[in-house]
Design a protein around this ligand. Structure first.
Ligand SMILES: Nc1ncnc2c1ncn2[C@@H]1O[C@H](COP(=O)(O)OP(=O)(O)OP(=O)(O)O)[C@@H](O)[C@H]1O
Length: 272
């Protein structure tokens, strides 16, 4: 089945996952349109990895629904690329072995892209993955996932182990290949500056709940920074950040993405 341009890349409805009595994700309803670079942000323990693993079919929901490219998670393996937080590679296999394995397992494998990236990263194709540095292992895992040419690329903190230059280069390549393929990327990150630079859709999770989700431009349009104390009745997210229009005459300015995210991370109001 080929997904249409309107099939959400990822959709969840009332998605809940418990570990024993601990609720890791609660009643999560999301609809991520195709073609976006999505930033998934939230503090430690917010439920980001849980959501991404549910999307990949590595975890089963306790209740609720999740669909990926219009199908059940885990049924579109060749079309979904996933890099887990610990960027797993096969320690005993060389860099070249990883690329050969990728080519054998993935029908849409882009060998030229993989070879180009390995060369640009300065990785020795003969080196065993177990002997690479943490950042180099992350780069290899990302290269393998991207060379699958997936329709959906799911990355759990992909740039955490990379140095600033490598991070910039990786994010640039990611945005370029997502645009070229018309694909979707969902990446969790603690680095708001990276999210601000590359993401055009945002999901903020705290305490297992979705606090904010939507296209970045729409979210920025829907919020303001009050330049004077917000009047009674204003929908204050946190501090000076207000949702919706302010009454005429109340001073307000545009809001930056980073301060918007921080307001939702700090705010303790109801999920929006
Ligand atoms: N295997 C597990 N068994 C029990 N509890 C778990 C398990 N995995 C996650 N949790 C709990 O579920 C909650 C969400 O964890 P999760 O790893 O999804 O958060 P996260 O947002 O990815 O955090 P981080 O930014 O630290 O990676 C946390 O309270 C965590 O302790």
């Amino acid at each position: 089945m080929v997904t249409s341009g309107t099939t959400p890349a990822l959709a969840t409805e009332g998605l809940t996952r418990r570990y024993g009595r601990r609720v890791a994700l609660a009643d999560c309803t999301l609809r991520i349109p195709p073609g976006r670079v999505v930033g998934l942000v939230g503090p430690n323990g917010a439920g980001k990895s849980t959501l991404l693993q549910l999307a990949c079919g590595l975890l089963a929901p306790t209740s609720g629904k999740v669909s990926v490219l219009g199908a059940r998670p885990g049924t579109r393996l060749a079309r979904v690329g996933f890099v887990a937080q610990d960027t797993p590679v096969y320690a005993a296999l060389s860099v070249a072995d990883h690329l050969r394995l990728g080519a054998r397992l993935n029908p849409a494998w882009d060998a030229a892209f993989a070879a180009r990236r390995v060369a640009a990263l300065g990785l020795d194709p003969r080196q065993r993955a177990g002997r690479l540095s943490g950042g180099q292992r992350a780069q290899l895992a990302l290269t393998v996932a991207a060379a699958k040419r997936p329709e959906l690329l799911i990355l759990d903190e992909p740039v955490a182990a990379l140095d600033p230059l490598a991070r910039e280069g990786f994010l640039r390549t990611l945005v370029e290949s997502v645009a070229e393929l018309g694909a979707t990327a969902v990446l969790s990150s603690h680095l708001l500056s990276d999210v601000e630079r590359v993401c055009d859709h945002l999901v903020v999770l705290t305490g297992g709940r979705v606090r904010l989700a939507g296209d970045v431009t729409a979210l920025l349009d829907a919020h303001h920074r009050a330049t004077a104390p917000p009047p009674p009745g204003a929908d204050v997210v946190h501090g000076a950040i207000v949702r919706g229009p302010l009454p005429a005459g109340t001073g307000a300015g545009p809001v930056q993405l980073e301060e918007l995210v921080l307001a939702y991370l700090r705010g303790e109001g109801d999920p929006r």
